[in-house]
Design a protein around this ligand. Structure first.
Ligand code: HEM
Ligand code: HEM
Ligand SMILES: [Fe+2]
Length: 458
């Protein structure tokens, strides 16, 4: 930690990973229901556990983004945060909003709009939190009078995420219209502006971990962001195939979304070449695992498995089946969960005092168990999904009859998900066995004054 105010990131990360743990509990609960019988049917039916599972995901990933931003901005702008107090107010407000929304779902209090189920008062509170956040970050940069390209892309991505949440504030009676605008938030987040956020964390981590030239890295960051937008904006139409809009969206969605993986190939190649150029000299090799791992898993889950069902002729059969869950899990985990875990792993050794010297073998176990578990879960959803499509949509078997025939895949899902859950548990344990620091360590203050890092772009 080079600036004292960066320590606020610790608390964002702490809340984020606790909610990550809770998300996994609700994932396991949801998966157990595939097998039945379900003793919790009256209290916690599938739709409730699933909505809590996915909403916790969004809350913790956003907390991770915010914490990582509060970590990154002081270093890039070389200044303390504008207001640490405001950052804590924002953390409390966002956590309370997220957690009360989740409790509300237990009582069926929500809008029912998938992934955007938050009731209106919660949505307004989320907007308020985002405004506080952007104000605090904006003022920090203004005060410093310097910002880097990495930081600029990050802040633009965050601001655009806030703007794209606005369509979610409206409720439409007409289902087609409602779905049409839902994707302006969901799709343009995960396949648009969140990629800017991921790209900038990636650039930051690669610059620090590989020591490769900032100028080169930031030039390629522009290219990646460009590629994301060329394909991602009109790629939204891959969600417009069967929702009641005109059929001209079919070729548009197919063509542009099929180009989306190019940006993901770009990110993985970017990470690979940074390493080839600069070697592996950084001591935090675990953070490097998470960083490179994120680009590779995102290429697999979002790029390859996204491509596998994005063409209308395929999506016609697979839409809304477990094939979607196959892609949803691997893409979200690879791109957004892993990049947040990479930022946490990078920051952790300098923001905490560890009871153990040297590398954390627990940390490596957490990494590999999660990778193996999520890979297995992806395959379980995939095999279940392909069988489901065949039995339900080609043979014409009913939904529940089909579910009975694919039980073996659900057993495999629970087995691999348990491996994943152990990995998550170890990550959380490894995090909390350290003691957070509130002061900048003396050697880092020296390192900062000697470093020629962080050339300003403006
Ligand atoms: C122990 C681990 C996990 C288990 C057992 C699990 C299980 C499930 C189940 C059963 C569903 C419902 C799928 C359906 O509608 O039929 C689901 C949905 C979902 N989960 Fe998980 N999950 C786990 C971890 C994760 C993680 C780590 C992420 C992301 C980082 C994630 C992201 C999602 C998303 C995005 C959906 C919605 C997908 C869709 O609607 O198609 N899950 N999960
Ligand atoms: C990191 C990037 C990505 C993430 C986190 C992600 C996540 C998701 C999630 C959670 C869903 C389910 C949404 C819902 O039904 O509410 C979904 C659907 C979908 N994704 Fe992605 N995705 C990503 C990138 C991509 C890419 C690059 C492609 C295409 C090449 C793609 C193709 C699709 C398609 C076609 C669907 C609709 C599935 C259906 O019809 O049921 N995704 N994605
Ligand atoms: Fe999409």
């Amino acid at each position: 930690m080079r600036y004292q105010s960066q320590s606020v990131a610790y608390w964002y990360f702490a809340v984020a990973i606790v909610l990550f743990g809770l998300q996994i509990v609700f994932g396991l609960l949801s998966a157990a229901k595939y097998l039945g019988p379900d003793p919790l049917l009256d209290v916690l039916p599938f739709d409730v556990t699933k909505v809590i599972h996915t909403n916790l995901l969004i809350v913790w990933v956003l907390l991770g983004f915010m914490g990582a931003t509060y970590w990154l901005v002081p270093e890039e702008s070389r200044t303390e945060l504008h207001s640490v107090k405001l950052a804590y107010v924002q953390l409390v407000l966002f956590t309370v909003t997220g957690v009360t929304a989740v409790i509300g779902y237990l009582f069926r209090y929500g809008t029912g709009n998938k992934l955007l189920e938050q009731p209106l008062p919660h949505k307004l509170a989320i907007v308020a939190t985002m405004l506080i956040f952007l104000y605090n970050v904006g003022m920090t940069i203004r005060k410093a009078g310097r910002f880097t390209v990495t930081e600029g892309v990050l802040v633009l991505g965050l601001a655009a995420s806030a703007v794209l949440y606005l369509p979610a504030l409206f409720e439409f009676e007409n289902y087609t219209i409602s779905i049409f605008y839902r994707w302006w938030t969901i799709h343009l987040w995960v396949e648009g502006v969140w990629m800017m956020i991921m790209g900038s964390f990636l650039a930051y981590l690669l610059i620090r971990l590989s020591g490769v030239d900032r100028e080169v890295m930031e030039k390629w960051l522009y290219v990646i962001v460009g590629l994301v937008f060329i394909a991602g904006i009109l790629g939204t139409a891959h969600h417009y195939y069967w929702v009641g809009v005109p059929s001209y969206w079919l070729p548009i969605g197919g063509f542009f979304s099929a180009l989306e993986p190019v940006a993901l190939v770009g990110m993985a190649a970017y990470a690979y070449f940074a390493l080839r150029r600069a070697g592996l000299s950084h001591p935090n090799k675990l953070a490097l695992h998470w960083t490179i791992g994120s680009t590779v898993f995102a290429l697999f889950g979002a790029g390859l498995l996204g491509l596998s069902h994005t063409w209308p002729a395929v999506n016609r059969w697979t839409h809304g089946t477990l094939v979607t869950a196959m892609h949803g899990h691997s893409a979200f985990y690879g791109a957004y969960a892993m990049i947040v875990l990479a930022m946490i792993t990078y920051a952790l050794p300098t923001m905490t005092r560890s009871p153990h010297e040297g590398e954390s073998y627990l940390g490596y176990a957490a990494f590999w168990l999660q990778i193996a578990g999520m890979f297995g879960m992806t395959l379980s959803f995939a095999t279940a999904g392909v069988a489901q499509v065949y039995l339900e949509r080609i043979v014409g078997l009913g939904y529940l009859d089909t579910q009975l025939k694919i039980q073996v895949h659900f057993l495999m899902l629970i087995l691999t998900a348990s491996i994943f859950a152990i990995g998550v548990g170890l990550f959380i344990y490894d995090f909390f066995r350290r003691v957070p620091l509130t002061e900048v360590a003396a050697d880092e203050a020296v390192e900062l004054s000697a470093s020629g890092e962080a050339q300003p772009a403006g």
